[in-house]
Design a protein around this ligand. Sequence first.
Ligand SMILES: *Cc1c(COP(=O)(O)O)cnc(C)c1O
Length: 399
Amino acid sequence: MTETPRRRRPSTELVHGGTLRSQWAETSEALFLTQGFVYATAEEAEARFLGTSPGYQYSRFGNPTVTMFEDRMAAFEGAEAARATATGMAAVTSAILCQVSAGDHVVAAKALFGSCRYVVEDLCPRFGIASTLVDGSDLDQWKAAIRPNTKVLFLESPTNPTLEVYDIAAIAEIAHAAGARLVVDNVFATALWQSPLAIGADVVVYSATKHIDGQGRCLGGIVLSSQKFVEDHLQVFIRQTGPSISPFNAWVMLKGLETLALRVEKQTANAARLADTLAGLDGIGRVIYPGRADHPNAAIIAKQMRGGSNLIAFDVEGGKAGAFAFSDALEVVKISNNLGDAKSLITHPATTTHQRLKAEVRAELGISDGLLRLSVGLEDIEDLIEDVTEAAKAARAAV
Ligand SMILES: *Cc1c(COP(=O)(O)O)cnc(C)c1O
């Protein structure tokens, strides 16, 4: 039985939403690590496949532990429905491909996570789905890119790695005026700080690998939308093509949700302090943090976000040599391309996550050779402050 008697506040949903208790009435959600399900009779199997008898058939298209993760996340997000996937990229790819056909057109902001950009820029055109990349902060470019066959607008906000924030409500309006849907990758904001569906987006996607797990263990993803979108497009795509999440990984994500608000609140408070520290250090240039008054999109942030995220981007003087010296001098913060983890992690986008892009494209996206992206974790803030202060000294000495 699903425990959703009335609409509860998001933090309560994170702990109780979607719980399905077995006959043993366990406190912690059960892990149904099973591929399939058995039927009492052949008649019941027939009815299950006809859809006239409720229940599960095969874990590629449904599993009780996966359902708990989907329902808890939908309750937290305020979405009608959700479908979980094996990775964040499976979520993005499914959310876009499930609703387009050859001859359609997709418009996306050019500041995208590398693999998202591949799906839009390289993969879609191979199947006859044209795509256009625009500057996501320029509403006129979104409008100008619309064609009669435009079906999907896609963006990430805040963006990776330069943390630009786009006006989701205004872009959703452009999409709807053209009869298209807006898909938002909400990973960097998390559902705690930004609710794209509430301000006009049609579909929201997450890499659950990031803050939802939050402890660096499992890959996962999730797509949230209306019930109708799931029924008309997403369910059949996932059922027939199989980007499904393992019940084990869904269970880890489900338990991760219980502590998400606590973790992201602490990470965000740490990030706000650390952004201010970085801005005051010699040898550090621009500091981009969505919680700071000097963020270029501060007005949009005030309107659409409830918190600043746990990510900071900043330039180290001395380009690549300065950024490498800074990273190598860190002791508490670890060098890794992941984010949203309990551990603070630093990335040099130009040589890792965005290495595939041409130098001109990186320059256009503001990814300088000295840019670092810091995902702030749960450590004691004083240790983090000492760590970046020492690293900045080492970077100054090196260049
Ligand atoms: C990590 C990430 C993805 C991809 O997620 P995976 O779980 O690694 O497949 C997509 N979008 C954004 C913004 C991400 O940070």
